[in-house]
Design a protein around this ligand. Sequence first.
Ligand SMILES: Cc1cc2nc3c(=O)[nH]c(=O)nc-3n(C[C@H](O)[C@H](O)[C@H](O)COP(=O)(O)OP(=O)(O)OC[C@H]3O[C@@H](n4cnc5c(N)ncnc54)[C@H](O)[C@@H]3O)c2cc1C
Length: 358
Amino acid sequence: MKFLIIGQGLAGSVLGLTLLQRGHEILVVDQDETITSSKVAAGLFNPITGMNRSKTWKAEELFPFLKRFYTESQKLLGGTFYKELPIYMPFTTLESQNEWVAKSVEPYWAQWMRICDNKADANFSKYVKNPYGGMQTLQSGWIDTPILLERVAKYLESINALRIAKFETKDIEWQEEIVFQGESFDKLIFCNGLMAAKDPLFSWLNHAHVKGDLFELQILDMPQTHIINKNGFILPLSNGNFRMGSTYNNFFDDPVSVTNEGFNELYQKLEGILNTNYNVVRHYAATRPATKDRRPLLGIHPKYNNISIFNGLGTKGVSLAPYLAEHLAMYLEGKIQLFEEVNIERCLKYYKSEHQNV
Ligand SMILES: Cc1cc2nc3c(=O)[nH]c(=O)nc-3n(C[C@H](O)[C@H](O)[C@H](O)COP(=O)(O)OP(=O)(O)OC[C@H]3O[C@@H](n4cnc5c(N)ncnc54)[C@H](O)[C@@H]3O)c2cc1C
């Protein structure tokens, strides 16, 4: 089949590569914005997340899949964007230490984490506040998303499958086939991140975007062997600095501007993590295309069966995108049904008459 994909963020890039690999033809249209969620993302993949440090949804499937996908993509595209790194997580209370020591001997948890010994904790305590010791994750790391996007763009250009333009629905004619700039496509897939909430075709979905601020830090002498996570993360960057974040803000005026509140929140988090001196060298922000139920948005438009969406990747785009891109591709090929949790049919109650005239 031949697909027209709108957006070359993480969603459009990963879906594009997946469709090519499955033997389809694609054209990706992207308006090349300077600041997007994918260009700013910290890029972490972590099987144990959230305030309660619970297991990520479908972690058993997502994590082996993402490793295969990104390492194979790296071979195809060149560059280094897939970085495996353990995450050191200091315990915040004696109770949480006891709880994780007990969990660590269960086979299920042993695949994702282990408790650090006294020597490792002592090494970290030079830099990190860890009075109760800590644990470290396995199968974790980060994707350098700006490099991934740049490599995908170069690859798509080389096969004449990328167009830099702002797409508008009025640019296409659509009946049986979708016609864009004189070229016919079987299917159109929106991977347009935040913009889906403004596009009448998909504005009725349960979008609930979440803004996040980040710092880039200089931390002299801190080893770059681990990511640190304690109500905020500190991630070693290739240039010797560290990225630190993040905030989660549901109420904001502008999706990309930094604020004093964001600065102060990050600063407070840092004070709870670090035991050593640091300099803030950059403060920046972007907004995650997230949903009210914190599940992605995949599926076919209720009225137009050749128009689909791949969106709502929220805070976990890096780990969700590879597995769900293949899931969507197989669904569009008519081979499987979508998981109910990600299918946009769960939002049909919001699809009202005003949306049906589009
Ligand atoms: C501060 C912050 C920290 C994050 N940290 C992590 C993390 O540690 N781990 C993780 O997994 N995820 C993280 N994320 C989330 C992650 O960035 C997102 O899940 C993911 O990048 C979303 O990708 P997307 O392609 O759906 O959206 P986007 O990145 O927004 O991409 C959409 C693309 O569509 C293009 N577009 C839109 N409309 C049009 C149009 N009309 N015509 C042409 N092009 C168009 C845009 O220009 C853009 O390139 C973080 C996000 C933020 C903001």
